[in-house]
Design a protein around this ligand. Sequence first.
Ligand SMILES: C[S@@+](CC[C@H](N)C(=O)[O-])C[C@H]1O[C@@H](n2cnc3c(N)ncnc32)[C@H](O)[C@@H]1O
Length: 382
Amino acid sequence: MGVFEGSYTVEERYDLWSLATFKPNKNIPIHRWFYFKEGFSRDLVLMLLEEMGVPEGAVVLDPFTGSGTTPLTCMEKGFMGVGVDASPLAVFVSLAKTRIYDPVELRDALDRCLSAAPRQSPLPDGLSPTVRKAFPKRTLEELFSLKEVIEEVCSGDAKVFLMLALMNAAVKASYIYRDGSVLRFVKRPAPPLRPVFRKVAQSMIEDVKRVRFKSGPAIILQGDARRLEEIEDESVDAIITSPPYLNKIEYTKVYEVELEVFFGKRVHDLVRSYIGLVGREVPRTIPGLEDLPDSAKLYFSDMFDSLGEMWRVLKSGGKAAVVVAGGVYPDRVVESDYILADLAERVGFRVEKIRVVGKRVATSGRVHRIGAARESIVYLAK
Ligand SMILES: C[S@@+](CC[C@H](N)C(=O)[O-])C[C@H]1O[C@@H](n2cnc3c(N)ncnc32)[C@H](O)[C@@H]1O
């Protein structure tokens, strides 16, 4: 079924909703190495690559790469994947998932770590109460000891791989409970870290043995989608991406333990580089969007810059698919898909279609229906 909105088609395909979530990745080797609730699925990327007619060997960019679903899928299918993200955690996870590993070397590195004497260094100064609450004290000490061992006895890709295994194992041996977008701690008997680490690393090595790639490792860059400094004009054949959703900023908080333990960063260190996060500045208002709430003005001004960069780096004739969702405010629903399509036209794109894959009824005070927040894929062409 399709209706026309302006010059492009709006199509409803609610059967595709689960593809826009991370859930289908949970059982797929390598994709499952980090559960990223905000991610989309490998199947969505496969569908888009096919629909967009991306030729084999093409360069495919995801400027909000998150857990690396787009570049990883590209490697499986013979495309050159390029992923950019502002978060050091996302960059690290994407990097770890898109290397080409030698399983023998990984097993050897794992054995060396497990047979090394535990380090007795004291816990780092200034650890936040959040991190201290997340683990039994003994586990926290073991975590920092194992981290130090990996840093000392491993190098290169094996080090990245084992750090990700340790990060996964640490969450399993912690009190962390991610309740939707809220981070909670639940005191429960937590398993000892070392055997969990061994088991997680071994099962990740099994995944490495299972997957065959058609292209080399992806390029993963820490950067800002509003200024893709390292990417040249007209150097990309296609873009598949999903920026942070409007008015959904809690995602930065749910990974705060990993950010601090593995990167020494606090959430507030990152805020200014994140799309749509309100800083002190008064948001620039894009003409036509004067009536939006301030956080939406800032979000769309950031997205305007990001779309401008996507247009700049895309080759003429290239295509882009951007997954977005409506923002729910106390008095209204902001229709992100239509606004994004409008902004994309202003930077020079042609909007081919909007495919709505999800719809959530929004209420005010849980009583009055104020609208429906759509989750959509916006298809663009240069
Ligand atoms: C919805 S997630 C992307 C999920 C991804 N499609 C996947 O499957 O894992 C959005 C990502 O945008 C990143 N981000 C936020 N602001 C950014 C910016 N200014 N530049 C680049 N990435 C940014 C966040 O760190 C987050 O990883």
